[in-house]
Structures are given as structure tokens and as C-alpha cells.
Write a protein that binds this ligand. Structure first.
Ligand code: 5GP
Ligand code: ZN
Length: 120
């Protein structure tokens, strides 16, 4: 999809801190993380939102979310972790993406590079 920032990341036209990739999905660190380790999982095919994406791809994304949740917990020791997926006017980037947002019971201030080195 032309002019889609996430399609450009998939096509490696713009850089991202990619922590997981397979034939169906890509996962990378959010450029302006709400918390350290804030990760986005996206399908490689352009689906706009929850209405457009098919169940098979959705199931795969959920499977990968379990793997990456474990990895984030092992490396960053969060006290909790939220899964968020925005639609409609809540959605800024119109390419389906699942946010994994860790929470911490103490201050954790790592740079994106430091987080990337831990999670890649
Ligand atoms: P939304 O509000 O659409 O659910 O969230 C979009 C997310 O994408 C935001 O958290 C935003 O920081 C992130 N984002 C937007 N542009 C880029 C980008 O070019 N690279 C990365 N890594 N994240 C991006
Ligand atoms: Zn796209």
C-alpha cells in the first residue's frame, strides 16, 4: 500500500528496530514508546483494521504476541503488560497493528537502542 508507513517498514524502505519476523508478520519497537519495550506486531499484508484482517492472520499475531510477551518479561521484568489494538479515530496508522505495552512498578529508563539490544 502506497504511503503506508508500516508497509514501508515491511519493504525495508524505512528503518525500524525489528525484533521478530516471519512470512506473515513483523514485530518492531514503537518509535515513541509509552513504556520501555513498547512493541508493535503487524501483518506483512496491508489490512486496515480489525474489520479487514482475516482470522487466520489474527490467530498468528496472537500466537506471536505470546512469544514476545515472554521475551519482554524475561528481558525487562515488567509488572504487567497490556495488549491494545486501535480502530477508527483512535487509530493513527491505518495498517492493522497490535501494541504490546509493558508496565513497570519502578522507573525503567532505557534507550530504544538498549531495549532493542535486549529484545532482538
Ligand atoms: P495507533 O494510534 O495507530 O494505534 O498507534 C500507532 C503507533 O505507531 C504509535 O504508537 C506510534 O508511535 C507508532 N509509529 C508511528 N510511526 C512509526 C514509525 O515510523 N516507526 C515506528 N517504529 N513506530 C511508529
Ligand atoms: Zn500498510
Amino acid at each position: 500500500m502506497e504511503n503506508c508507513i508500516f508497509c514501508k517498514i515491511i519493504n525495508k524502505e524505512i528503518p525500524a528496530n525489528i525484533i521478530y519476523e516471519d512470512d506473515t508478520v513483523l514485530a518492531f519497537l514503537d518509535i515513541s514508546p509509552i513504556k520501555c519495550g513498547h512493541t508493535l506486531i503487524i501483518p506483512k499484508k496491508h489490512y486496515k483494521d480489525l474489520d479487514e484482517i482475516n482470522e487466520e492472520t489474527l490467530n498468528h499475531i496472537m500466537k506471536i504476541s505470546k512469544i514476545l510477551k515472554k521475551r519482554i518479561e524475561e528481558k525487562l521484568n515488567p509488572s504487567g503488560l497490556q495488549l491494545v489494538q486501535n480502530n477508527g479515530d483512535l487509530q493513527e496508522v491505518k495498517h492493522y497493528h497490535l501494541h504490546l505495552i509493558p508496565n513497570y512498578d519502578k522507573d525503567v529508563n532505557l534507550s530504544i537502542d538498549e531495549v532493542f539490544n535486549l529484545l532482538k
